[in-house]
Ligand binder design. Sequence first.
Ligand SMILES: [Zn+2]
Ligand SMILES: [Zn+2]
Ligand SMILES: [Zn+2]
Length: 131
Amino acid sequence: MSDEIPEIESKIASPTIDCPSCDSILPHELGEVTCHVCAAVVKVDHKPTRDAWMDEKVSCPSCSKILRVGVDERPCALRCSSCSTVFKVTRKVVKVEVDCPSCERQLRIRPKPGKRRLDCPACSESFFVTF
Ligand SMILES: [Zn+2]
Ligand SMILES: [Zn+2]
Ligand SMILES: [Zn+2]
């Protein structure tokens, strides 16, 4: 037995916003967001996202009851009104597409700030991307 809290991924992503000082993609969060590339602190807010988070419906991982989240932050904790299971609604993982420079196949990856190496599954070419 583990007492890990079950997690559900939110279906609503924070908007993609570029860092105003270095143009890399900021982490997909709202509030005071720190750019992982240049360390600038940027205030990001987006009312439509918060409203959508508030109204998002998720199904309880234990009894499948549909619950309205009613919280305008992600991640957040929720308690099922029917079976009392506590679970977490996490941020949506945003994926971006990058083209392999050698065979032009599109790879879908999670944008992690900073420079990283990718290996193309189609042609085994290694290349670097920076966010
Ligand atoms: Zn930056
Ligand atoms: Zn439940
Ligand atoms: Zn390739």
